[in-house]
Design a protein around this ligand. Structure first.
Ligand code: SAH
Length: 259
């Protein structure tokens, strides 16, 4: 299936025996790159994550094989090592393989691990970046990641809990003039806010959490480090969610356009 004009310059369509690690963006199919669109339409096999939206899967060749490699919090449907080997095996069937990941494959996506295995096994590959959740959510929620008046730096961290806590550089995160973006942070939100205050940010420091950004189900809850955990719980947010901490959150009322 060719979804793009013939005149558009390209490095070529999906090659047999090659694995394409493709970022599918945060949800809205309009945010796919041209390279992603071309490869999704051409691939013989798609191996996709839970975060990849149905609207994007519908762009695949109807005869392509689809393999769900979804991961849910707490239990990995397919263990990572098995998944790495699966990509090698599929490539050896001499078909073109698109490994579709939510957002960007190299941002909290374990893309590095998959590519390492491909290289070790001599399987040709290409990596196609995608719009990471932070960039998508920032744009669609009206919360710039940086702003000359509020934040000169932006840090992406994982809020995934290990043994009930987060092993993060709290003094480095609890800084003014910086935006902190937390991926996978919903369950750890109370702990996160507590630690940010304990390490020096004021309780009234702005914070927001955005559910299913760039999709029709996008919802933003804004508050402060002191109030956000209770507000988020009351809102019964659904995954995936992204947390944004910093004064840029104040701009939302002026800049929001999508919700
Ligand atoms: N590789 C992905 C991130 C994978 S980790 C990327 O670059 O975006 C999964 C986490 O990403 C989720 O727990 C959530 O924190 C975040 N996320 C992904 N898509 C999102 C979306 N549409 N809205 C809000 N958060 C999202």
């Amino acid at each position: 299936m060719n979804l793009l004009p013939e005149t558009l310059p390209t490095r070529g369509n999906a090659q047999p025996g090659t694995v394409y690690l493709v970022g599918a963006g945060p949800g809205d199919p309009e945010l796919l790159t041209l390279r992603a669109l071309r490869l999704i339409g051409a691939a013989d096999v798609l191996v996709y994550d839970q975060l990849v939206s149905d609207a994007i899967l519908e762009l695949a060749n109807p005869v392509a094989e689809r393999i769900y490699a979804g991961k849910q919090r707490g239990h990995h449907t397919v263990p990572q090592e098995e998944l790495n080997q699966l990509l090698v095996r599929l490539a050896r069937t001499n078909r073109s393989v698109v490994r579709l990941k939510g957002g960007d494959p190299y941002t909290f996506g374990r893309g590095g691990e998959e590519v390492e295995t491909l290289r070790e096994n001599g399987v040709p590959f290409e990596v196609v970046p995608g719009v990471t959740a932070a960039a998508g959510v920032a744009a669609y929620a009206g919360i710039p990641l940086t702003h000359r008046n509020y934040a000169q730096a932006c840090v992406f961290v994982t809020g995934h809990l290990k043994d009930g806590s987060m092993n993060l550089d709290w003094p480095g995160l609890a800084r003014r003039r910086q935006t902190v973006i937390v991926y996978m942070g919903l369950h750890g939100l109370p702990y996160l806010c507590e630690q940010m205050i304990a390490h020096g940010l004021p309780p009234n420091w702005p914070a927001a959490i955005v559910q299913q950004g760039t999709t029709p189900n996008q919802r933003t809850v804004t508050g402060t480090l002191a109030t956000l955990p209770a507000l988020a719980e009351a809102a019964q947010l659904k995954a995936p969610t992204l947390i944004i901490v910093g004064e840029v959150v104040r701009l939302k009322d002026k800049l929001a356009w999508f919700e």
